[in-house]
Design a protein around this ligand. Sequence first.
Ligand code: URA
Length: 235
Amino acid sequence: MPGLLRLDRVLSSRGYCTRSQAAGFLRRNELLFDGAAVARTDDKVDPSKLTINGEPVDPESILIMLNKPVGYVCSHRDEGKLVYELLPERWTRRNPPVTTVGRLDKETSGLLILTDDGKLVHQLTSPKRHVPRVYVAVLDRDLRGDEPAAFASGTIILDGEDKPLLPAELVALEARRARVTLREGRYHQVRRMFAAMGNHVVSLHRESFGALELGDLVECQWRFVSPEQVLLGER
Ligand code: URA
């Protein structure tokens, strides 16, 4: 029957255990397929109807949004705390690996997308696609007033670069707080844009990426999303 896969293959490809550990995993956990107990590791199951200890089995492909706290790094190998430590440990054993879609600085909080779908990473981060990312920046000094025009001009060239930035939108929220919409993702871009205007970003938070908004997602929490939910925001 199409859609049926050997249980041990499902468990190993989704990082729960290796194929040789599947029998032990089955003894220690309650696995139900369509509500009935799974008896053997070579039983064929439809993963969409498989539960492990009452939870649906992880999907074949991972796509989530995470509310990243300050202090975590978007890297698989680095000093200090890694964003992957906020996700199920079994995901570190998945192949292809789960990676971040672009990066947020260690000191930036907010919406971070992670996936194991390389094509989607390319679609979302390709400079040709101009997927919008919305940030709120708190600043060290009052806004001067000329920032919206400067950001929208498409003429800012950041230190050490030769290609001007794409036009970006800035809306002043308070004297020292602004919402900035970018359509590209260069290294430390928001911080460097304000530095180019003689200011300094004290804190930075990403509210949305493409059509996805953080909404009520609590800091350090994550949830599954669909590609359509992210790509709707594409222009
Ligand atoms: N711009 C920055 O300066 N930092 C980020 O993490 C994202 C955008």
